[in-house]
Write a protein that binds this ligand. Structure first.
Ligand code: NAD
Length: 433
C-alpha cells in the first residue's frame, strides 16, 4: 500500500518470487504462461447515494488469478490504496497460499478504493451490497468465494451474503466466508489468522528450544490479525514490547498488556490512546510509565526477538532491512517484505516465515466455514482448532522439508511447493502436458 517504499509494484514483487520458483522447477514456457497473468480481472465503478444525498463513485475490483485446484478464494479489502495492481498481487498470493496449506481452492482477491473511515455504517452497507451487485455473476459457492480483509468484517460479509441470495433467489451460505456466527459463520474464524500463525510459532519455539518467557515481540498493526496475535503470545508468556496502528505505536520494554491496549483502542480509536490524542501526547504520563511513542518506521527497527508485520504490504524494504534487530519475522500481513529486503535478511540470518504460510490460518478456517455452509453442519470450536492445527503444522513441515532438501529460504520453499501442487492439478486437468 505504501507504494513509494519500493520502486516495484506489488504484482512485480510477486512475479519476482514466482520466477524463482518457476526457474527452480525448470518450468517450460507453456507452464510459465499459466502463471503469468490472472485468468480474469473484473473492474467496475460502484455508485452509492451518500447520507448527504450526493452520489459517490468508487473503483472496485475482483481479480481471479487461478482456479486449477478449486473455486477462486480471497478477501475483499476497502482501502484508499486498493488498485488493480495491488488486488492482482493479493489474488496471486492467495493461489500460492491455498496450495501451500493444500485446501481445494484457487486464488482471488477483491478491493474497493475507498476510505471507510469517512463513510457512515449505512454507506458501508450500501457499498458492500453494490459490490455484490457489480460482481454477482462472477462469484458463487462453486465459482469464487470472497471473505474479509483489511477494513471489512463479519457484518459486511453478512450484507454481501444477503444481497447475493436476494439477487439469485437462492439459499447460499457458502457464497462468502467470515460471516457473523448467527448468519452462517464458523466458530474460530475471527481469530483464525492469528491462531494459525501461533501454531507455527509454537512449533518453531519448540524446535529451537526457546523459552516463550524470554521472547520479546513487536507487532505492527492492531486489527483483526495483529490484536489476536498479541493476545495469543501474551497468554503464552511472551513479552509484547511494542504495538502500532495507523496512528503510530508505543514501546514499553517491560511488556504491554493487549487487553488494556484493546480497551484504549476501542474507546479512543488508537493503540496510543492511553497517552496520545492525535499527535499530542502526555509526555509526563509517558515518562512516569516508562513508555515511548514510536512511529511505524521506528517500530520495525526496535530490539526484539520476533517482529510481526500485521498491517500493510511493502514495509520491510532494502532501506530498513539492514537495521532490523529481530531474529525472526512472522508475516501476518500480505506482502510486507520486498524481494530486495528478503535477500538482505537472508544474508543477515534473520528467518522469515512468509505470508503464504504464516497467515494461511484465515483461509483455512474459511474453508471450514465453506464446508459447514455446504453441509449444514456447525462444527465445535475444538474441532476447528484441532483441524486448523493439523493443517498449519502439515504445511509448515512440508515447507521445511522443501527448504532443507532444496536449500531454499522458507519463502522460496513455500512458493516452490505451491507452484508444484498447482502444476500437478493443472496436468491432471489437461491444461498443460
Ligand atoms: P484490519 O483492518 O483488521 O487491521 C489493520 C491494522 O493495521 C489496523 O490496526 C490499522 O490501524 C493498521 N494500519 C493501517 N495502516 C497502518 C500503517 N500505515 N501503519 C501501521 N499500521 C497500520 O486488517 P486485518 O484483517 O488485521 O489485516 C491485516 C493484514 O493481515 C493485511 O495485510 C491482510 O491482508 C492480512 N491478512 C488478514 C487476514 C484476516 O483473516 N484478517 C488473513 C490473512 C492475511
Amino acid at each position: 500500500m505504501v507504494k513509494t517504499a519500493s520502486a516495484q509494484t506489488p504484482y512485480k514483487r510477486f512475479a519476482q518470487n514466482l520466477k524463482h520458483a518457476l526457474d527452480h522447477l525448470r518450468c517450460t514456457p507453456a507452464e510459465r504462461a499459466l502463471f503469468r497473468e490472472p485468468k480474469h480481472i473484473w473492474k467496475n465503478t460502484i455508485t452509492i447515494v451518500r447520507d448527504n444525498r450526493t452520489s459517490a463513485n468508487f473503483p472496485a475490483f475482483r481479480v481471479q488469478y487461478n482456479d486449477a485446484r478449486g473455486p477462486y478464494k480471497g478477501g475483499i479489502r476497502f482501502h484508499p490504496a486498493a488498485d488493480e495492481d495491488e488486488v492482482k498481487a493479493l489474488a496471486a498470493l492467495m493461489a500460492i497460499k491455498t496450495a501451500v496449506v493444500d485446501i481445494p481452492f484457487g486464488g482471488a482477491k477483491g478491493g474497493v478504493q475507498c476510505d471507510p473511515k469517512n463513510l457512515s455504517k449505512r454507506e458501508v452497507q450500501l457499498l458492500s451490497r453494490a459490490y455484490v451487485r457489480a460482481f454477482a455473476t462472477h462469484i458463487g459457492p462453486d465459482i469464487d468465494v470472497p471473505a474479509p480483509d483489511v477494513n471489512t468484517n463479519p457484518d459486511i460479509m453478512g450484507w454481501m451474503r444477503d444481497e447475493y441470495e436476494v439477487l439469485t433467489k437462492s439459499f447460499a451460505p457458502a457464497v462468502i466466508t467470515g460471516k457473523p456466527l448467527s448468519y452462517g459463520g464458523s466458530l474460530g474464524r475471527d481469530t483464525a489468522t492469528a491462531r494459525g500463525a501461533f501454531f507455527i510459532l509454537e512449533e518453531l519455539i519448540e524446535r529451537k528450544a526457546l523459552n516463550p518467557k524470554d521472547l520479546r515481540v513487536v507487532i505492527q498493526g492492531f486489527g483483526n490479525a495483529g490484536a489476536a496475535m498479541a493476545q495469543f503470545l501474551h497468554n503464552a508468556g511472551c513479552t509484547i514490547v511494542a504495538v502500532s496502528d495507523s496512528h503510530g505505536g508505543i514501546y514499553y520494554k517491560e511488556g504491554l498488556d493487549p487487553v488494556r491496549i484493546q480497551k484504549y483502542k476501542s474507546s479512543t480509536g488508537s493503540v496510543t490512546g492511553e497517552y496520545c490524542q492525535g499527535s499530542v501526547c502526555d509526555i509526563k504520563k509517558m515518562k512516569m510509565d516508562n513508555v515511548q511513542a514510536v512511529t511505524n518506521e521506528e517500530l520495525l527497527e526496535l530490539p526484539c526477538d520476533i517482529l510481526i508485520p500485521a498491517a500493510l504490504d511493502n514495509v520491510i524494504t532494502a532501506k530498513n532491512a539492514g537495521k532490523i534487530q529481530a531474529h525472526f519475522i512472522l508475516e501476518l500481513a500480505n506482502g510486507p517484505t520486498t524481494p530486495e529486503a528478503d535477500s538482505i535478511l537472508t544474508k543477515r540470518n534473520i528467518q522469515v516465515i512468509p505470508d503464504v504460510l504464516s497467515n494461511a490460518g484465515g483461509v483455512t478456517v474459511s474453508y471450514f466455514e465453506w464446508v459447514q455452509g455446504r453441509s449444514g453442519e456447525q462444527w465445535t470450536a475444538e474441532r476447528v482448532d484441532a483441524d486448523l492445527k493439523r493443517i498449519m503444522l502439515a504445511a509448515f513441515r512440508a515447507v521445511r522439508r522443501e527448504a532443507g532438501r532444496e536449500k531454499l529460504s522458507y519463502r522460496g520453499a513455500a512458493f516452490v511447493l505451491g507452484v508444484k501442487r498447482m502444476l500437478e492439478t493443472m496436468r491432471v486437468r489437461g491444461w498443460v502436458k
